[in-house]
Design a protein around this ligand. Structure first.
Ligand code: URA
Length: 241
């Protein structure tokens, strides 16, 4: 290849990647036809993005693609994949860490003690309906053995599915529950007690960080309860409620 050709190709590639970044992509979905043959490399206009964004999958398609997943070793010990539950068109999505024993058993997120607390926060604290007004999922879809923290490779294997879930739902607000969820979504270690109650951006979605309901149960202080209450008030304001 001639040097000027290579330079031109690299420049065009960079432009394509910048368009994708501006459109909210934080990764390249290599299974989809991101760069179909018929897109002219000399015309890197936003029209390419429009074509691409029409390929955003539905939640059902994302679930189908996940299949009977064996992409990481969590699949060895799981009983059920815990994909997520709630309204596929919800304005509000909660993202937790990973399924525990009850969730693994039932294949549903947040159905144990922490789940009851989360339901209480949503229904009593925010005056919303868990099933109708929210969608709930986790950063990993299979239970880590003994409820240990999910490992980097496990999070990385599952993360594309979380991103696709959010793109399918298009919520107005995403709430990260606790440090592992916040750290995964922001790609850095988040000191959650310091950064809770602050707004961030995740792939173009408004992201609020708050304490995990299991942490709240463990440290059931007035201070922590007030903190979560105040975070959820900010979320409700953003939702126009
Ligand atoms: N804790 C989580 O982070 N997720 C669940 O689904 C249940 C408990």
């Amino acid at each position: 290849m001639q040097i000027p050709d290579r330079t031109r190709l690299l420049r065009e590639l960079k432009n394509q990647l910048l368009f994708l970044k501006d459109a909210g992509y934080s990764e390249i979905p290599i299974e989809s036809e991101l760069f179909p043959e018929n897109i002219s490399t000399s015309n890197t206009t936003p029209i390419n993005i429009v074509e691409n964004s029409q390929k955003i999958k539905t939640l059902t398609q994302v679930r189908d693609e996940l299949g009977d997943c064996t992409r990481c070793k969590l699949s060895n010990g799981r009983k059920n994949i815990v994909f997520g539950s709630g309204n596929p068109n919800a304005d509000l999505v909660f993202v937790g860490e990973g399924p525990g024993a009850d969730e693994d058993e039932q294949g549903l997120p947040f159905v144990g003690r922490a789940g009851k607390k989360l339901t209480e926060i949503i229904e009593k604290g925010m005056n919303l309906n868990r099933e109708k007004d929210t969608y709930i999922c986790n950063i990993v879809k299979c239970r880590p053995p003994g409820n240990r923290d999910p490992e980097k490779e496990e999070i990385e294997a599952c993360n594309p599915f979380l991103l696709q879930q959010l793109k399918a739902i298009q919520p107005k607000v995403v709430v990260a529950l606790g440090k592992p969820a916040a750290s995964t979504l922001l790609g850095r270690t988040v000191p959650i007690t310091k950064e809770r109650g602050t707004w961030h951006d995740y792939a173009g979605f408004k992201l609020m960080l708050t304490l995990h309901p299991a942490y709240l149960l463990r440290a059931y202080t007035i201070e922590n309860r007030k903190a979560v209450h105040s975070d959820m008030k900010m979320v409700l304001k953003e939702l126009g409620q």
